[in-house]
Design a binder for this molecule. Structure first.
Ligand code: PLP
Length: 448
């Protein structure tokens, strides 16, 4: 570590971290008695911490990001070459990697043609909200400005993105929030809200009820995760998506799919929505787009939406008046293009489907052994195991116990995640989302 600002031993790095870094999602009181975690190296599925301890990473960088694994020289080289050629120019101009990645990406997304570059998932979703609001002003006389979001879904950390957080704990104490964001019920069958046979259809009907309550002419957009991530790894029940698509068509509501977690291979298709045959108007993506080798997010939309911003060239307000400074960084699309090639050349979508099935079987087998696992679910290498205090009553496991399970896995060298806090309506689900390169041996190690 000699190169790091004169800190010539790892202990000094840990002390610098303790003294000066404010970690994400962390209560720092704990670091008065234990060292903050500092990760120093990664290769394939594994990372090493400051004490030299090796961990197998079952959550792809903690938050479903490093889809192609650590230490990819090909991506590093592509980024290096691009940086030396041209590192940056504002996004009002194009770039070679920006153009080439947009082309490659939209070829994987029939019906979608336009890519808007940003830096984070939150920002990608905010761009949808801004586009919807502008469309409302320009094409619906100011109506159709409301955006519906779903209980338990999450769309980001900025104030407007948090206004669409279906996870209350994340939004608490950060309000008040802007108007026009309206919640619809979640669709997790394990936590039934309706005692019916066709649960998917019923959960989607609940969205229509909210639309009718609000007034269809006030609702411009519905944003949903294809498979809910941090809200409990929720795979929508059969029939749900078809009905959602019909409802959006019926009331002329734009459908936005937040693929920040599911996108770019995580569920075994390029995008999660592609399992369900739906035709979104917007798709947002971030984390796995460049596997964390560079910051990039994309707001992708249709030519029909794009055309709405070109309708009157003489009107100075008619175009999308938005800029994201670092949306002009070329490292993002350069890394994303190489990331996509790796997924293709190494057959990682197929591997994700096969290893996902294998991992789900392993988790089901664990249910026989551990009565605290109430439910297991997932798609591809995006899996969850919901922990309960009592399997019959489905009483959620106490948060401290869940955290103890996570800490125990960590002590054994397996990094896993858990959904947030046991506030009312939120339960505790362990998250497994290893890199798409995972082998049977890796899955065995993680699930033993
Ligand atoms: N959307 C989903 C589904 C997410 O899980 C997240 C982050 O976890 C976001 C959006 C926000 O992405 P970012 O943290 O890059 O702003």
């Amino acid at each position: 570590v000699e190169d790091y600002a004169g800190l010539n031993d790892i202990g000094a790095v840990v002390e610098a971290d303790r003294a000066h870094v404010w970690h994400h999602l962390s209560q720092h009181k704990q670091y008065e008695t234990v060292d903050p975690r500092v990760i120093v190296e990664g290769k394939g599925m594994r990372v090493w911490d400051a004490r030299g301890k090796e961990h197998i990473d079952a959550v792809s960088g903690g938050v479903w990001t490093v889809n192609v694994g650590y230490g990819r020289e090909r991506i590093a080289n592509a980024v290096r070459d691009q940086l030396l050629k041209l590192n940056y120019f504002a996004g009002s101009a194009g770039s070679i990697p920006g153009a080439m990645f947009s082309k490659a990406l939209t070829e994987k997304m029939p019906g979608l043609t336009r890519v808007y570059y940003n830096n984070s998932g939150s920002e990608a979703n905010e761009k949808v909200y801004k586009m919807v609001r502008q469309i409302a002003h320009r094409h619906h006389g100011g109506r159709k400005w409301k955006i519906l979001y779903r209980d338990r879904d999450y769309h980001g950390t900025t104030i407007a993105a948090l206004a669409t957080s279906g996870q209350d704990q994340r939004a608490m104490q950060y309000g008040p929030f802007p108007d026009g964001f309206v919640r619809v019920p979640h669709c997790l069958e394990y936590r039934k809200q309706w005692d019916v046979e066709n649960y998917g259809q019923r959960a989607a009907d609940a969205i229509e009820e909210v639309i009718l309550r609000e007034g269809p002419d006030t609702v411009g957009c519905l944003i949903l995760e294809p498979v809910t991530a941090g809200g409990g790894v929720i795979v929508p029940p059969q029939g749900y998506w078809e009905r959602v698509q019909d409802i959006c068509k019926k009331y002329n509501i734009l459908l936005a799919i937040d693929e920040v977690v599911c996108g770019v291979g995580r569920t075994g298709t390029w995008f999660g929505y592609q399992h369900y045959g739906i035709k979104p108007d917007f798709v947002t993506m971030a984390k796995g787009v460049a596997s964390g080798y560079a910051a990039i997010s994309c707001t992708v939309t249709t030519e029909a939406v794009f055309e709405m911003f070109k309708d009157d060239a003489s009107d100075p307000l008619s175009y999308f008046r938005d800029i994201s400074t670092f949306g002009g960084c070329t490292a993002g699309p350069a890394a994303a293009l190489e990331n996509m090639k790796i997924i293709e050349e190494e057959g990682l979508l197929q591997n994700t489907l096969a290893m996902g099935d294998y991992c789900l079987d392993r988790l089901r087998a664990l249910m026989d052994k551990h009565k605290v696992i109430g439910d297991v679910r997932g798609k591809g290498l995006f899996l969850g195991a919901e922990l309960v205090a009592d399997r019959t009553t489905k009483e959620p496991m106490d948060e401290k116990r869940v955290q103890a399970v996570v800490a125990d896995c960590m002590a054994q060298g397996v990094i896993i995640g858990a959904t947030n806090r046991s506030l009312p309506g939120m339960n505790n689900t362990l998250c497994l989302s290893p890199a798409l390169i995972a082998t049977k041996d890796d899955i065995d190690e993680i699930t033993t």
